[in-house]
Design a protein around this ligand. Sequence first.
Ligand code: ADP
Length: 447
Amino acid sequence: MFQKILIANRGEIALRVLRACKELGIQTVVVHSTADADAMHVRLADESVCIGPPPSRDSYLNIHQIVAACEITGADAVHPGYGFLSENAKFADILAAHNITFIGPSGDHIRIMGDKIEAKRTAKRLGIPVVPGSDGAVTEEKEARRIAAEIGYPVIIKASAGGGGRGMKVAHAEADLEIALQTARSEAGAAFGDDAVYIEKYLEKPRHIEVQVFGDGFGGGVHFGERDCSLQRRHQKVWEEANSPALNAEERSRIGGICAKAIADLGYSGAGTIEFLYENGEFYFIEMNTRLQVEHPVTEAITGIDLVHEQIRVGSGGGLSVKQEDIKFNGHAIECRINAEDPRTFTPSPGTITHFHTPGGLGIRVDSGVYSGYKIPPYYDSLIGKLIVHGRNRVECMMRLRRALDEFVVDGIKTTLPLFRDLVGNADIANGDYDIHWLEKYLAKGE
Ligand code: ADP
């Protein structure tokens, strides 16, 4: 087992990882920018190292500074959290070259999944169902026309290097294709320095369902069920559930089994998430994330298993603490992402939190790095906390969520709490009847 882990992140996820390390009796080092000197993860860690000024590229993305912090403190492993360097293959390779364990998959696996064309090709080869579309990059308009006619309109043009929903264009008919192809390519070139694009069938009313997988580091793979993350705004997840209200136990174990086998065949190590669009009973792979997800606590709530403990165990060569047959799904869990944003316009609302009171009681978990008197720096993303609620079934979970949202107090800044108080009373949400476009339509109506 590791002696000392350096946590290369900030905010709620730095604290989340720190808690797991403490439970396992592992020493913790955190790195932070000058803007985060008063952050909770810095206060609670055994050691902290300031690695640079506020902009992420000079601090949380500065590989040399982070490796130097490992050397100075004698850390034998790095947990990257999510975002920042968590899916940076070069970072994983550099750590390996310094004999420091990157708690995550190999640089090669990160690289494959970071290129969406390569990821899709790999998924297909491993027997994972994919969205019908081109086999690789498409450059010629003639070829695009042929593929689109074959799979049928509407189609979506997507950037191979894509991320964050950028570089995607929908063509509803042949007349839109040329312009969609050109715009997607120029957007992709500008955003990612790589203008390779590919074509897929555009699904009109899918749900976003993702499967949590783990490779044990010895060639074995398991799945921890799925999460439904269909409630999104601008391709950003807002509310996540486990299990999905749309799946039954048989569908869960079928898609979970396919994913677990694929992970084993790939020789993957550590946590990963295989993301699908789900429509009319069919799954279509869109991408794989090679890290811990923001929404992992809903899976922890229904399985009772600490996924960060498992990441650390696998990273240290100790394998998983559970086999597939030990993983049971118990009840229902929902996570609300609470952002420091205006709940209607979603413009960021940094500033000082004058009063912070979190709900409690059975089935309630709040993961947050903020506190009363905390000043939110304007440099980073606006997530200030996650409310995770568990109940014996979805109805009980929703009742408890409504109560917990009523108790939650964040004064001094605007937050998205009022949006969740509205959603919890909505009939479609109560029925679990929503797809990936539901939230945007709801917000556009201004209800
Ligand atoms: P990114 O890496 O940029 O987030 P993804 O491939 O994960 O891109 O897709 C992001 C979102 O775009 C999906 O959650 C979905 O809302 C939409 N999307 C992507 N591919 C399709 C498709 N083939 N049909 C319909 N919507 C899609």
